[in-house]
Ligand binder design. Structure first.
Ligand code: GLY
Length: 339
């Protein structure tokens, strides 16, 4: 299946196909210098499969975890490209999850003011969300994604076969981001979660999540408005994530926790049960006040208030701006009620 992201300046395909990794050279132009970036948690054979298909590969394997989204590693990727004589005609290929995609994409966005970038997401989370839409970034000064750029990939290759080696926690974390799309935008899609069928319907989940993602990105590529719905649960989620080291909760797990208090009273209990059935956390593992304090630096918090997304009815979002302190109080009230 091929889905297309149609943007005013550049359109690109997302190929969803079992065995796509093994046939990458049929779909990507690898007949040039290629910086292949992967991480230590990704089975080696995935990046090696791509490397063998490149005319002039440079392979960089970064440590696993959010800590790799750093300016130091960004510099390492740029240094490698410079040392290998990469030109504007060469490319970067990410083989991994969201961290690899964000870092490699940012290096592709900046090197010589932007070179081609291919994304081959190997986690469910990156397949349903982060590999599409062109967000690239590193973390800086304790703030997530604060330095980055929009740089759309030339193509995204999704091979569902790679999910077979993914640990179950990563599957659940990816499902949290897919549930985010369903809750904000698609009641029918939400029905798959409500019926307890999400884990056994991954192909359908990937397709439906991507259709929502594509529609949102096509309407609002640079997050002037609508794209904020993809941040549902992320303001608190980022705070929870920032308080933990690389051994803490995964990004998708923090988003799950962040979404709960943004769900209205009529739906929160049901969403809590869905999260439990997906083996996602429903109880905060960190101090709430400390997590809320991170919102003071969140780039979604503009000076005159926080842009928040709420869901009171499954499949429908409410987007509004509220004073930061009012948002914090809403979370305190609801988290208090959840315990
Ligand atoms: N993952 C959120 C976005 O792409 O906007």
């Amino acid at each position: 299946m091929v889905l297309t992201v149609n943007l005013p300046t550049e359109s690109y395909d997302i190929v969803i196909e079992e065995g796509a990794l093994a046939r990458a050279d049929d779909m990507l132009d690898l007949n040039r210098r290629c910086l292949v970036v992967t991480d230590e948690g990704v089975p080696k054979e995935y990046a090696e499969t791509i490397v063998k298909k490149c005319a002039a590969p440079t392979l960089i394997t970064i440590p696993q975890g959010e800590g790799s989204k750093s300016l130091q590693l960004f510099q390492s990727l740029c240094s490698a490209m410079l040392a290998e004589g990469f030109t504007r005609s060469d490319c970067v290929v990410a083989v991994g999850g969201g961290v690899v995609g964000d870092l490699a994409g940012f290096a592709a966005a900046c090197y010589m003011r932007g070179i081609d970038f291919y994304n081959i997401p190997t986690t469910l989370l990156s397949q349903v969300d982060s590999s599409v839409g062109g967000k690239t970034a590193v973390n800086f000064g304790g703030t997530k994604n604060i330095i980055g750029s929009f740089h759309q990939p030339k193509k995204v290759l999704i091979d569902p076969l790679v999910l077979k080696t993914l640990n179950p926690r990563h599957i659940s974390a990816g499902l949290a981001e897919a549930l985010k799309m369903a809750l904000t935008s698609d009641r029918e899609f939400y029905g798959i979660f409500k019926a307890g069928k999400a884990k056994e319907s991954l192909a359908e989940v990937i397709k439906r999540a991507l259709l929502i993602k594509i529609s949102v990105v096509e309407q609002d590529e640079k997050e002037g408005g609508l794209r904020r719905i993809l941040n549902f649960g992320h303001t608190l989620g980022h705070g929870i994530e920032a308080l933990q080291g690389d051994d803490g909760l995964y990004h998708g797990e923090c988003v799950a926790l962040g979404m709960l208090p943004m769900c209205g009273d009529g739906i929160r209990a049901e969403v809590t049960e869905i999260l439990k059935s997906l083996e996602l956390p429903t109880v905060l593992p960190v101090d709430l006040e400390e997590a809320l304090a991170f919102a003071d630096h969140d780039k979604k918090c503009v000076t005159d208030g926080v842009n928040i997304v709420r869901v009171d009815v499954a499949g429908e979002y409410v987007m509004e701006k509220m004073p930061l302190e009012e948002w914090k109080q809403l979370i305190r009230d609801r988290v208090g009620g959840m315990i």
